[in-house]
Design a binder for this molecule. Structure first.
Ligand code: PBG
Length: 324
């Protein structure tokens, strides 16, 4: 087909024609809403670099979860800021840990909300790394035990799904094993399989107070230059028992999302990270971008690339927009 027989503009003439041939649809069904739990009562502290996002005590977390659920959002992803950090990340797996408390509260007040917990140590370690430090390095295998214990304690508190994000080798197998040993074989794992060492996590590190105190995360998170390696990482997670795989960040890695969708038949999640959110918020505040339109275009692009699930700070705002 070629011009003038083919004229692409024929089907773009008006919104109803465009609607008829639109290939990618957005809906709240695919969205996961991340939330940050902090100790205390009635705390709702704005996160400067993420306008519209807050650190919340568990009472407000439950309230926010209720509002999100009533808007049709099926799942939240919980992060926690413990009252004390230490070398061993003991706040991560404490029975009364901040995430464990938040999970219990949400499951109590919004039982049908799917509660997913991030399994990582960076928010709980005094040094801010995602694992246990041995001789100045993050020790892979020592970290596996702590991640497994963390996942188990979160599920015992009521989490419906765990999402390991520490990028330790073997973490999916370690968590699957401990869950199965505890008769929790019905709990799915969403694996942060291809997680890059990205500068786009900047605002999150303020939100979760999790910036590494020395060095960086390049010895465990992936090199942004690599895509074949992402496929290897995902294959390993699939063989270790992942139920959902993930690419993170989303927008700068749409090629990786696209390849992952073609090569694997598991549900694929993409994490539209803090920096992707902050960029649009900042430009919109300056009047340089239209916030709603850039948000919708970003989410559409992530779905079009192949993501089945999008983890996004826009979840609630998007859902509210649909109701208008
Ligand atoms: C924990 C974790 C991070 C994010 C999700 N889980 C930060 C990091 O690895 O430094 C980033 C999320 C975001 O930027 O929105 N390891």
């Amino acid at each position: 087909m070629q011009f003038p027989e083919y004229r692409g503009r024929r089907l773009r003439k008006n919104e109803n024609l465009r609607r008829l041939v639109r290939e990618t649809k957005l809906s709240v069904d695919h969205l996961v809403y991340p939330l940050f739990a902090v100790p205390g009562k009635s705390v709702k502290k704005p996160i400067n670099s993420m306008p519209g996002q807050f650190q919340m005590s568990v009472d407000y977390i439950a309230k926010e979860a209720r509002e999100a659920f009533d808007l049709g959002i099926p799942a939240i992803l919980l992060f926690g800021l413990p009252s004390k950090k230490d070398e061993q990340a003991s706040g991560a797996f404490a029975k009364e840990g901040i995430v464990q408390q938040a999970v219990r509260r949400v499951k109590n007040e919004v039982p049908d909300m799917v509660v997913i917990t991030d399994v990582c140590l960076c928010e709980y370690t005094s040094h801010g790394h995602c694992g246990i430090i041995e001789k100045g390095q993050v020790h892979n295998d020592m970290t596996l035990d702590v991640l497994a214990e963390t996942a188990l304690s979160q599920v015992k508190a009521g989490a419906d799904m765990v999402a390991p994000s520490a990028m330790m080798d073997g973490q999916i197998a370690a968590i699957r094993e401990v869950l199965d040993e505890n008769a929790l074989d019905d709990i799915p794992i969403m694996a942060y399989s291809a997680k890059y060492a990205s500068a786009f996590y900047g605002p999150f590190r303020e939100a979760a107070d999790s910036a590494p105190q020395f060095g960086d995360r390049k010895a465990y998170q992936m090199d942004p230059a690599n895509a074949d390696e992402a496929i290897r990482e995902i294959s390993l997670d699939v063989s270790e028992g992942a139920d959902i795989i993930m690419v993170k960040p989303a927008l700068p890695y749409l090629d990786v999302i696209c390849r992952a969708k073609q090569e694997f038949d598991l549900p694929l999640a993409a994490y539209n990270v803090s920096g992707e959110y902050a960029m649009i918020k900042a430009a919109a505040q300056l009047g340089w971008l239209d916030e709603e339109k850039t948000m919708l275009e970003s989410l559409t692009a992530i779905r079009r690339a192949g993501a089945d699930i999008i983890i996004t700070y826009w979840a609630k705002q998007f859902a509210q927009l649909l109701k208008k």
